[in-house]
Design a protein around this ligand. Structure first.
Ligand SMILES: *[C@@H]1O[C@H](CO)[C@@H](O)[C@H](O)[C@H]1NC(C)=O
Ligand SMILES: *[C@@H]1O[C@H](CO)[C@@H](O)[C@H](O)[C@H]1NC(C)=O
Length: 188
């Protein structure tokens, strides 16, 4: 091989290594501008959801990160999931409703926790909960980190609905478009 071809080969190899360092799992760039990541309300008025790092969307395996904004008065459904979940409140205020008595066969009356900008809170695995923007004037915005993605959500009509009657929503709204369903069991 001539000098030209060897040089070309080396250049291509170096280019490949350099390129690889800019792209992680499934071709996701290492650094991204959050303002340019897809945002949607997934059919829920007053919600803005961005999957910053997703299992189904980007191929992350251990954790998933969302940026969510709830308009005044809007809330999550009452729900549970068998993963760890940590919130970091960036803006606004609201209320966390949390029913820790999962030893009963229904959630029961929840405890109320005020949440506020710069607060952080977590939801124990499988505890039924609801996050509500109870502030009439301001958006409530937080980062959400969950383990064991993709999330498998069981939704309750009210706090006295039996755990066994909660409806599984899987794949969840933001995973729905790209997720091929696989069998999943009730993990409570
Ligand atoms: C991030 O994206 C927004 C919206 O496109 C843009 O206005 C902003 O300049 C970008 N920031 C940087 C540092 O590129
Ligand atoms: C949150 O923390 C930052 C950094 O300490 C501070 O600048 C900001 O004023 C705080 N916001 C509120 C609402 O307390």
């Amino acid at each position: 091989m001539g000098f030209f071809w060897i040089s070309l080969l080396i250049a291509l190899l170096l280019w490949g290594i350099a390129e690889a360092s800019y792209w992680a799992t499934n071709g996701v760039p290492i650094v991204r501008n959050i303002s340019e990541i897809h945002e949607d309300n997934y059919g829920r008025l007053g919600l803005s959801h961005i999957t910053i790092a997703g299992s189904v969307m980007h191929g992350f395996k251990e954790v998933e990160v969302w940026l969510q904004t709830f308009a005044p008065g809007t809330r999550t459904p009452i729900h549970r999931h068998s993963c760890e979940e940590i919130f970091v409140v960036l803006k606004g205020s609201g209320t966390l409703y949390l029913a820790s008595n999962s030893h009963k066969n229904y959630p029961g009356s929840p405890q109320e926790f005020p949440i506020f900008a710069n607060s952080t809170f977590y939801v124990p695995v499988n505890d039924a909960h609801q996050v509500w923007n109870t502030n009439e004037h301001e958006d409530l915005q937080f980062l959400v980190i969950i383990s064991r993605p993709p999330v498998k959500v069981f939704i309750y009509d009210d706090w006295f609905m039996p755990h066994t009657a909660a409806k599984l929503k899987y794949p969840y709204y933001w995973d729905e478009k790209c997720c091929q369903s696989s069998p999943v069991k009730d993990e409570l």
